[in-house]
Design a protein around this ligand. Structure first.
Ligand code: ASP
Ligand code: MG
Length: 442
């Protein structure tokens, strides 16, 4: 949803798809960059910096221009009125923030929601002008979340019921705002940056759709980030487990949570390119068992950095007695997720990406034993059904060794979907390159 031209592409895709199958819902993100601008603007206003006005002015201009280039005839007036109404509403909120000199997390979520509200409104108006029967839908009415601003958790029971209830009554194509939801008492929330993919999966899964398509700006999930590994190529097919692992460990194409609802209901997810709609993209399906039998290879690589490694040593650990549970509980209470975990008889090491609450966490961990922290690390994740097959790991660490890359904290989960390990951040790109060469380019 970048420019009027890309919106035209979206319209073509929706029209073409609607001829081939029944499209129930189109979930959209904000126009590209809009969410960042909204965040910047909100923070400026919260600091009583009048510079927020400039950003607001640009946002206004961009959305009004988009309507004017996209909708030229009778629909224009109505579409402009819609955008104008939203922009006025946004302005009144931001002025409030400016006057109070205070931006709450909930306020920021509310301000961010305008990105998707504007883009979905405009797409709905543009489609309507081109004769597509459709309705705008603010996802506040169908996605029910808790109140964790910025990364709200979805209540699937309530959400699925709300989605089914809504779609039972509304038979026209729904143009839905991605990224946003609301608490049961009506406070607007957001699902985490890049969350529109997730919204689409939530809606598709709740309705038992035959497929969920994520239209983005690349031709699918790649074997590695092509900016780092020039030989990277599109992976045609992945199992849910593999795609989930890749998204979680840093592949930017999909929001990490996207896979979950689709996997639960077994709805295939396709990742396709808005600008090259004929490309085949990546299809993510429930075929892990078959893939595991066939493939004994690494299919894709990704990495996450910087992360911090936290090591906890305690003689108490010898006794067991819920020591690990206590460690996990501390991270959980501070809402900090752990990525890689390794243990030995008297120690536990974990990695964390979000260091916001680390000082308090460390304080509590120190009551359990000796604690040390190493920063500037990277997690490399190699994904592929069957990476636990004989010899795969051996080859991996041989290649890394030959390239003088030291490996720490190796972890391989037992079903053989992925192998993760930690290296120094400075070695991460090289590790990715040499492993890609070994497993994928060879
Ligand atoms: N507009 C939101 C963001 O920029 C959600 C999305 O793009 O999927 O994070
Ligand atoms: Mg996206």
């Amino acid at each position: 949803m970048g420019t009027p031209e890309s919106l035209r592409q979206v319209i073509d895709i929706v029209k073409k798809s609607s001829r081939e199958m029944r499209v129930i819902a189109v979930v959209v993100s904000a126009m590209s960059g809009a969410t960042n601008e909204l965040i910047k603007m909100a923070h400026l206003a919260g600091k009583k910096d009048i510079a927020y006005k400039k950003i607001l002015g640009e946002l206004k201009r961009r959305h009004v221009d988009t309507v004017k280039t996209l909708i030229r005839r009778r629909g224009q007036k109505g579409a402009l009125a819609h955008v104008d109404e939203l922009l006025r509403h946004l302005e009144s909120i931001v002025v409030g923030v400016y006057r109070l000199r205070e931006l709450s997390p909930a306020g920021l979520d509310y301000i961010m929601s305008f990105g998707e509200r504007l883009s979905a409104r405009t797409l709905a108006d543009a489609l309507a002008e081109r004769g597509v029967r459709c309705e705008y839908l603010n996802a506040r009415h169908i996605i029910v979340t808790d109140d964790r601003s910025g990364k709200a958790a979805v209540d699937f029971q309530k959400t699925d019921a709300a989605i089914r209830g809504h779609f039972r009554k509304h038979k026209a194509l729904q143009i839905v705002t991605g990224f946003i939801g609301a608490t049961p008492d009506g406070q607007t929330t957001t699902l985490g940056r890049g969350g529109s993919d997730y919204s689409a999966a939530i809606v598709g899964a709740a309705l038992g759709a035959s497929s969920i398509e994520i239209w983005t700006d690349v031709s699918g999930i790649m074997t590695a980030d092509p900016r780092l590994v020039p030989g990277a190529k599109v992976v045609p097919e992945l199992a849910f487990e593999e795609a989930g692992e890749l998204a979680y460990f840093g592949a930017k194409v999909l929001h990490p949570k996207t896979i979950l609802p689709a996997m639960r209901k077994g709805v295939p997810v396709k990742v396709l390119n808005t600008f090259k709609p004929e490309d085949k993209g990546t299809t993510i399906v429930a075929n892990f068992a078959q893939r595991r039998k066939k493939s004994h290879n690494v299919e894709a690589l990704t990495f996450k950095s910087p992360v911090a490694a936290v090591h906890i040593n305690s003689p108490e650990f010898f006794d067991g007695n819920g020591f690990i549970a206590r460690i996990f509980e501390i991270f959980d209470t501070h809402r900090t997720s752990i990525d890689v975990v390794t243990t030995s008889v008297a120690s536990v090491s974990v990695t964390v990406e979000d260091e916001k609450n680390l000082p308090q966490i460390l304080k509590e961990l120190r009551k359990l034993g000796d604690v040390s922290v190493e920063r500037g690390k990277a997690i490399i994740c190699a994904v592929g059904g069957g990476v636990n097959a004989a010899g795969v790991a051996g080859r991996m660490f041989t290649v890394l060794g030959e390239n003088k890359i030291a490996v720490e904290m190796i972890s391989q989960e037992s079903s053989g979907v992925s192998m993760t390990f930690v290296v120094e951040e400075k070695d991460a790109k090289k590790a990715l390159k040499v492993l890609h060469k070994e497993y994928i380019e060879k």
